[in-house]
Write a protein that binds this ligand. Structure first.
Ligand code: CFM
Length: 539
């Protein structure tokens, strides 16, 4: 079978019925390097077709699990049947570290209203109120967040009215999310809903002022496998004060204080760009995209932050830290590169990671031969410059777009438009920008949105990559085909992988996975079948 990506694309979709074939054909593209710098258009952020076995999750997962969940002292109550809560309990490896043993940490708890048939028929608001009161009496949290699961929207329980009533009665911050699983086409809708809630109900509630010179918020970093700890340490060593992280290792108070920072740096564009945009409009804080996945990318991101603050001492300190870290990274990287150079990887993860982890592989001399997002939007593939032309479909209209105006007292433009323009002209820096995945990829590589199970199997059979990166749902199916599968959501049991120290961990883990001999002992099912047929024919 030809490995030409254009031929493979046709092969992947040829068994589908006509309508689905057409749709998938628009969701699978082959990268090009065009002279004008543009990239092919991809169809993304549309409904999955029934039966394709998508990798995606639901809106509730994106809101509760991804954006709010990693914050340790907001008490999360899931309004819904027990399964929604139980199967989302501690499944994402977002770590947290309370400052003292007596500090509140609710991450290990699983609180739910456990809706029953009776509540579905007669309404569940009373039960929800009782749950909020009970949780308050037990834990005395600063804030309670209520998450709606599918039946809540279907029967019309008003979680926001309950939240308002409880807020008045209990005297703490209580807010609800209409993040029913079906609300959008994927987790991505849940990110947006969570961003809106964080912006409306949390940011700006804590006026603590910090004297530090260089104050940033780190957005879209969820401390999976301890990534956030590495970055906290890195920024601190450079002398950069992190006011808040959204939302790895965060607390309610730090997020409420985020409006006092002077720069927002964005790691995962997909899950948090809305907060970055809204904070700029209301408080005057510029945002820029960074990437701390990969050693070279981490160095570049640190330099950009230093450039923004235009401070020579900071720039010098950042260079010192980069030099120290790079010396250690290089020692491992060169050894690993000698063993991994030329090997191939495929990355199919939710959003940002399918893009960012390509940098770690290229640090090691490995090539990405196919990649895609579960739920990224066109801007994540093609860059934010496509945003003005993006059509808003019915599914996206379903999600509130908050009208944001400058805060009458607290708006303070941190940089004038002239300063921003000067910085952009001087450096590689771009504000409010994200280049997207495709422009940074090699040409003639397959990019596939919302990869299906059938396509996964065919890709593996045709290309036999040295490693496939995805999640737990794919892992064991892939490994039975004799190809190692690295979980890029949870990092399997490993990590951290962010920053310089994380890069070293990643190089070592991947080196081990792609060079271990075990894979050559696995007979992939398709070869097994051929073998059996040959045996039958010989008989
Ligand atoms: Fe952002 Fe994430 Fe990702 Fe994401 Fe996720 Fe995740 Fe992910 Mo799993 S916030 S888009 S919704 S980087 S949980 S930490 S790994 S799918 S690529």
């Amino acid at each position: 079978m030809s490995k030409d990506p254009r031929v493979v694309k046709e092969e992947l979709i040829q068994i589908y019925p006509k309508k689905l074939r057409q749709k998938r054909s628009e969701q699978i593209v082959v990268t090009e390097h065009r002279e004008d710098g543009s990239v092919p258009e991809i169809k993304a952020n549309v409904r999955s077709s029934p039966g394709i076995i998508t990798q995606r999750g639901c809106t509730y997962a994106g809101c509760k699990g991804v954006v709010i969940g990693p914050s340790r002292d907001i008490l999360s109550i899931v309004h819904g049947p027990i399964g929604c809560s139980f199967y989302a309990w501690l499944t994402r490896r977002n770590q947290t570290r309370p400052a003292t043993e007596s500090d509140q940490n609710f991450i290990t708890y699983c609180l739910t209203t456990d809706m029953q048939e009776e509540n579905i028929v007669f309404g569940g608001e009373k039960k929800l109120k009782a749950a909020v009161k009970e949780a308050f009496e037990l834990f005395h949290p600063k804030a309670i967040a209520i998450f709606s699961t599918c039946p809540v929207g279907l029967i019309g329980d008003d979680v926001h009215a309950v939240a308002r009533e409880m807020k008045a009665e209990l005297g703490i911050n209580v807010f609800g999310f209409s993040c029913e699983g079906y609300r959008g086409v994927s987790q991505s809708a849940g990110h947006h809903i969570a961003n809106n809630g964080v912006f409306k109900h949390i940011i700006g509630n804590n006026e603590t002022q910090h004297e530090d010179k260089f104050k940033v918020n780190l957005l879209g970093e969820y401390n999976i496998g301890g990534d956030g700890f590495v970055l906290e340490d890195l920024l601190a060593r450079c002398g950069i004060k992190q006011i808040a992280t959204f939302s790895g290792n965060s607390t309610y108070d730090t997020m409420a204080n985020a409006h006092t920072a002077d720069l927002n740096i964005v790691m995962c564009h997909r899950s948090i760009n809305y907060v970055a945009e809204m904070m700029e409009k209301r408080f005057g804080i510029p945002w820029m995209k960074v990437n701390f996945i990969g050693a070279n990318s981490s160095a570049k991101s640190l330099r950009r932050i230093a450039e923004y603050f235009e401070d020579e001492a900071l720039k010098a300190r950042v260079e010192e830290v980069i030099a120290e870290e790079m010396a250690v990274v290089e020692a491992t990287r060169t050894v690993v590169e000698s063993r991994c150079k030329g090997k191939t990887a495929m990355l199919f993860v939710g959003g940002s990671r399918a893009h960012h982890y390509q940098d770690l592989f290229s640090d090691m001399g490995m090539r990405t031969i196919a990649a895609g997002y579960e739920f990224g939007h066109r801007d994540d593939y093609e860059g934010r410059n496509v945003l003005p032309g993006l059509k808003v479909d019915a599914d996206s209209k379903n999600i509130e777009e908050i009208e944001v105006v400058p805060d009458p007292e607290r708006y303070r433009a941190r940089r004038t438009p002239e300063q921003i323009a000067k910085l952009e002209a001087m450096t590689e820096m771009e504000f409010r920008g994200y280049i997207g995945m495709m422009p940074e990829m090699d040409k003639d590589v397959l990019v596939i949105d919302d990869l299906s199970h059938h396509e996964t199997e065919r890709l593996l059979e045709i290309y036999k990559p040295d490693i496939f990166c995805a999640g737990i749902k794919e892992k064991f199916g892939v490994e039975k085909m004799g190809i190692p599968c690295k979980q890029l959501h949870s990092y399997d049991y490993g990590g951290p992988y962010a920053g310089f120290r994380g890069a070293i961990n990643f190089y070592k883990d991947i080196d081990r996975m792609v060079n271990i001999k075990i894979w050559s002992h696995v007979t992939p099912p398709w070869e097994q079948q051929v073998k059996e047929q040959a045996e039958v024919a010989a008989d």
